[in-house]
Write a protein that binds this ligand. Structure first.
Ligand code: UDP
Ligand code: MG
Length: 327
């Protein structure tokens, strides 16, 4: 069994003023309990990443920090999205902690699982522990079915994802250092983390309702996220298009032979309908193929630019450490 590890809990926050206070108090309570029991070290901390919120989220983080030594914060210079904000938090926290847990700000993922995450890390030596939703009772029927469809589709496309696992997980310092070596710009952490390997574990929990505030993932954003996940981790769609093009060429070859033969035999028909249909169909297929190719080229374009994924504006380190401004 390992010594009491230093735990960092990373929370990406975007316009979460309605929940942040409650989140801080619930997480602090659990953290203090774990510290008292000696499950985690006294240097453990909570790290809130403010992803360019337009409300009072950051002010509330700063305010809470004055009275609560567990609270630390990273203020990003603008909104970079959930995945990038999470990465910013993970990369900052890994320098200060032995293991890091990521959790959403809205308390939808049951905080009770945190303790089990740590136990798996400490006693079983798991480097990555996935939080898996046991039930999605609180999710709408629509969200549930689309999510299931998404996991199945990802599977088909050859992307390894853990079913019903979002970004609620524990990662060891070592796993985080390996994560840092994945230089992806099109970030889909759920697809990348399983590639790291090492010993993994699973903790089941019940998904709850959002404590307050609104989901920052309306349907269009959810679809974009799913699309991003597929195209940034799998080349199967493009291979599918190639195969389809190949199959269609074969079919048209037979069609040509058939047409020529009919002509030679003298029984030509006025095949206007089939002609116009095939023109439209092929045009459609070509457009689809072009679009997909464009999609991948766009991704390559983004990757080769190597832009930073986030920019830190201010850093409020845990109380126990000397303060410094981001450079
Ligand atoms: N989030 C973020 N940046 C964004 C959008 C969301 O940091 O641009 C955070 C948000 O504050 C929350 C988490 O990502 O902590 C998940 O968002 P949300 O709960 O709205 O998504 P849902 O659970 O509805 O999928
Ligand atoms: Mg949520």
């Amino acid at each position: 069994m390992k010594e009491s590890p230093t735990l960092g809990i990373v929370v990406p926050c975007y316009n979460e003023e309605a929940v942040i206070g409650e989140t801080i108090s619930q997480l602090s309570k659990i953290m203090k309990e774990m510290m008292d029991e000696g499950l985690v070290s006294q240097a453990s901390f909570l790290m809130f990443v403010n992803d360019g919120s337009r409300d009072r989220t950051w002010e509330l983080i700063e305010e809470n920090r004055k009275s609560n030594p567990l609270v630390s914060g990273v203020k990003l210079s603008g909104n970079v999205g959930h995945q990038n904000a999470l990465l910013a938090g993970l990369m900052t926290a890994k320098e200060l902690a032995d293991c890091v847990i990521s959790i959403d700000a809205d308390l939808q993922d049951d905080v009770k699982a945190i303790r089990e995450f740590v136990v798996k890390y400490k006693e079983e030596g798991c480097e990555i522990v996935y939080g898996v939703r046991q039930s999605r009772k609180t999710d709408t029927f629509f969200k549930r079915t689309t999510a299931q469809g998404f996991y199945r589709f990802m599977d088909r496309m050859g992307v390894k994802v853990t079913y019903n696992h979002a970004d609620y997980r524990l990662m060891s310092k070592r796993a985080l250092h390996e994560l840092e070596r994945f230089k992806e710009v099109n970030l889909f952490l759920r697809g990348i983390v399983p590639m790291i390997g090492f010993k993994t574990g699973i903790v089941f929990y019940d998904r709850l309702d959002r404590f307050a505030g609104e989901s920052k993932y309306p349907l269009p954003k959810m679809l974009a996220f799913a699309f991003e996940g597929i195209t940034s981790l799998s080349v199967r769609p493009i291979r599918f298009v190639t195969l389809m093009g190949f199959g269609l060429s074969l079919v048209s070859l037979f069609a040509v032979i058939y047409a020529v033969a009919s002509k030679l035999l003298g029984n030509t028909v006025s095949g206007w309908t089939s002609l116009i249909l095939s023109v439209w169909f092929l045009g459609g297929v070509q457009l689809l193929a072009l679009g997909l190719i464009g999609e991948y080229i766009g991704k390559i374009y983004k990757e080769v630019k190597r832009r930073p994924l986030y920019i830190v504006d201010r850093l409020l380190l845990p109380e126990s450490l000397p303060q410094r401004e981001a450079d």
